[in-house]
Design a protein around this ligand. Structure first.
Ligand SMILES: Nc1ncnc2c1ncn2[C@@H]1O[C@H](COP(=O)(O)OP(=O)(O)OP(=O)(O)O)[C@@H](O)[C@H]1O
Ligand SMILES: Cc1cn([C@H]2C[C@H](O)[C@@H](COP(=O)(O)O)O2)c(=O)[nH]c1=O
Length: 222
């Protein structure tokens, strides 16, 4: 459980087309079935401001957006989302499921675009007030496979148009982050069958929820 609240903060990360949306929908079904209060949100987006930023940063592919302003736009969306949606939900004791969060900036704008890691860390700290996920599922796969999957959805967005070498750096960036924080990250092979992935993800989440209940029980009876 989140140390500063009673809720649980779960993020999904990975390269394009890794299967995040598919697995998030499956997790939400499980949470609903188990009667667990939860919200689903995403980055960039999740608030009226974030939705507008998403439009600018992703859906206007011919607009020039340099690496630093790109990162600042994602960070602005994140700051609004954390303050308006995520922290209040965690304070209510809910599970927050978020499709991408700050690790995406470290992978895409850091490893992918080459922005300085110290600068990213400083601005991310300001945007999030230091709020980190309790659990992060990294759906890992060869970006060529993910981009081919994503291509079946129609016109590529601005990031999907970047070259394969960029997406390979992004993937390597995610894997390096996972190595740095093995307690938070669960790295799953995104080429597995959707049912198998959903089973593995629910096993981790269910266990975390049980541990949280046990902790709450211990502190209320102690
Ligand atoms: N495990 C899987 N095996 C094969 N295909 C999959 C799997 N999971 C999802 N897909 C398919 O791949 C495509 C992308 O999946 P999805 O939208 O869930 O990925 P995503 O990580 O949310 O993508 P993006 O980050 O690009 O939005 C969809 O057509 C989906 O049906
Ligand atoms: C949060 C965040 C996202 N991105 C990129 C990654 C993807 O290309 C898009 C989001 O699209 P999705 O279909 O919702 O996955 O934005 C990024 O570059 N930096 C970030 O911080």
């Amino acid at each position: 459980m989140s140390p500063e609240s009673r809720g649980l903060f779960i993020t999904f990360e990975g390269p394009e087309g890794a299967g995040k949306t598919t697995q998030i929908a499956r997790l939400v079904e499980q949470l609903e079935g188990a009667g667990v209060a939860h919200i689903l949100t995403r980055e960039p987006g999740g608030t009226p401001l974030g939705t507008r930023i998403r439009q600018v940063v992703l859906l206007e592919p011919d607009l020039q957006v340099d690496p630093l302003p790109e990162f600042l736009l994602y960070s602005a969306s994140r700051a609004q989302l954390v303050g308006q949606i995520i922290r209040p939900a965690l304070a209510r004791g809910e599970v927050v499921v978020c499709d991408r969060y700050a690790d995406s900036s470290l992978a895409y704008q850091g490893a992918g675009r080459g922005l300085d890691a110290g600068l990213l860390a400083q601005i991310t700290q300001a945007a999030t007030g230091g709020l980190k996920p309790d659990l992060t599922f990294l759906l890992d796969l060869d970006p060529a496979i993910g981009l081919a999957r994503a291509a079946t959805r129609g016109e590529p967005d601005r990031l999907e148009r970047a070259d394969l070498a960029f997406h390979q750096r992004v993937r390597a960036g995610f894997l390096a982050l996972a190595q740095q924080e093995p307690g938070r990250f669960h790295v799953l092979d995104g080429t597995q069958e959707p049912d198998d992935l959903a089973g593995q993800i629910w096993a981790v989440v269910e266990n975390k929820l049980r541990m949280g209940q046990a902790e709450a029980h211990a502190s209320s009876s102690g």
